[in-house]
Design a protein around this ligand. Structure first.
Ligand code: SF4
Length: 369
């Protein structure tokens, strides 16, 4: 007796998927500070660049808090290009991943010096600028210049893998190639109207952010559920496949709160490269093999000798993508001749410095009585 196949019905064509997605987006788009009215209106490329770089690896709610303040301080690409790096890093405080702030600054400088302040208008030329990867280039080209080009961020990649029913990790080159080619096919199937490239990319990003979420996707409310192979097979929760957990190497910090006679606190800058490059911190000793001993801390920071001169205040741990950071916080009287690289500042001045999250905690919370 011949074996009976029970094939899945073929998903509807992409035209249908795109129409359903755009309908859903027009009715449900969240009101975000960088989103234009009406939807699909070409945007100024500069705010797109700022919001896209801020949004990488950062929650929307956090970016909403920072976006307006950043644009108020640096309203144009020229203003950003002329700014001092410390001022840019300060406004970036709290968003983390400061490398993005430096790349944004470098991109602004290149746009001003090499393009006379006018953004290049295609994804290909944009991608040649420092800090502008393939996704950001696609986002600016489509949202600002309405180029028919995909913009595949982590949200969109997840949606593409699920509609194709492919259980790959998002770091897999095959997954990335599939995400871009599938998104490109959706653009090819989309209506030819002018704002469609912007609407389609934003709709895909929005779907990934609010419906096709990493955990527990809301398939029952999904406008493209009938085109989704993962839903048909019930494999949504296994797509994308999990990455192996990151291997974090330990690093041991000893940060010392040092008040001078006027009750100002010592602050110094981190080196220009490596973790939290160029950000401010309390005088700090660090090593990767074990915590520093009190004698080492006193010697390296030039603190007065003697057991009583270094008092342990607290300790806490902090994880970055690649590091397991162990912080010990001490208090000490100032050395007779503080190094010229230290500044003694009030809390108000410190609050305006670019600080990593742990140093914000140390200098602005732990240090205050
Ligand atoms: S049906 Fe579910 S898994 Fe498929 S795209 Fe929609 S939300 Fe994502």
């Amino acid at each position: 007796m011949p074996h009976k196949h029970n094939p899945q019905p073929a998903p509807p064509p992409d035209k249908h998927l795109v129409a359903a997605l755009l309908r859903w987006f027009r009715a449900n788009a969240r009101d975000l500070p960088w989103r234009p009215h009406p939807l699909g209106t070409p945007r100024d490329p500069y705010p797109v660049l700022v919001s896209e770089l801020m949004l990488q690896q950062t929650q929307v709610s956090r970016v909403i808090d920072r976006f307006d303040a950043f644009l108020a301080r640096f309203p144009t690409v020229e203003a950003l290009a002329e700014a001092d790096e410390q001022a840019v890093l300060t406004l970036w405080s709290g968003l983390g991943y400061y490398r993005r702030a430096r790349l944004l600054h470098a991109a602004a400088r290149t746009i001003v010096t090499e393009y006379a302040g006018s953004f290049p208008a295609t994804a290909t030329t944009l991608a040649a600028l420092p800090g502008i990867g393939r996704y950001t280039a696609g986002a600016i080209a489509s949202l600002a210049f309405l180029e028919r080009t995909p913009a595949v961020d982590a949200n969109v990649l997840r949606v593409m893998l699920r509609i194709q029913g492919r259980s790959l990790t998002t770091a897999n080159p095959q997954a990335i190639a599939l995400g871009w080619s599938r998104a490109q096919a959706l653009h090819a199937a989309a209506p030819r109207s002018r704002p469609t490239p912007a609407l389609l990319n934003e709709a895909l990003i929005e779907l990934g952010a609010v419906i096709c979420t990493p955990r527990s996707p809301r398939c029952e409310s999904c406008p493209i559920a009938d085109s989704c192979r993962a839903r048909a097979k019930g494999t949504q929760s296994r797509i994308p496949a999990k990455k192996p957990p990151p291997v974090r190497t330990p690093i041991y910090f000893a940060s010392v709160l040092i008040h001078n006679a006027r009750n100002r606190l010592a602050v110094t800058s981190r080196p220009d490269t490596g973790l939290w490059a160029g950000l401010s911190q309390a005088p700090t000793v660090e090593r990767t093999d074990r915590p520093s001993t009190p004698a080492e801390i006193r010697r390296k920071l030039g603190l007065p000798p003697g057991r009583g001169s270094l008092r342990r205040v607290t300790r806490f741990d902090f994880k970055t993508t690649h590091r397991e950071c162990h912080f010990e916080v001490f208090a000490a009287p100032p050395p007779a001749n503080p190094p010229s690289t230290w500044s003694f500042l009030t809390p108000a001045r410190i609050a305006n410095l670019p600080l990593s999250s742990p140093q914000r905690r140390i200098l602005l919370e732990t240090a205050q009585p």
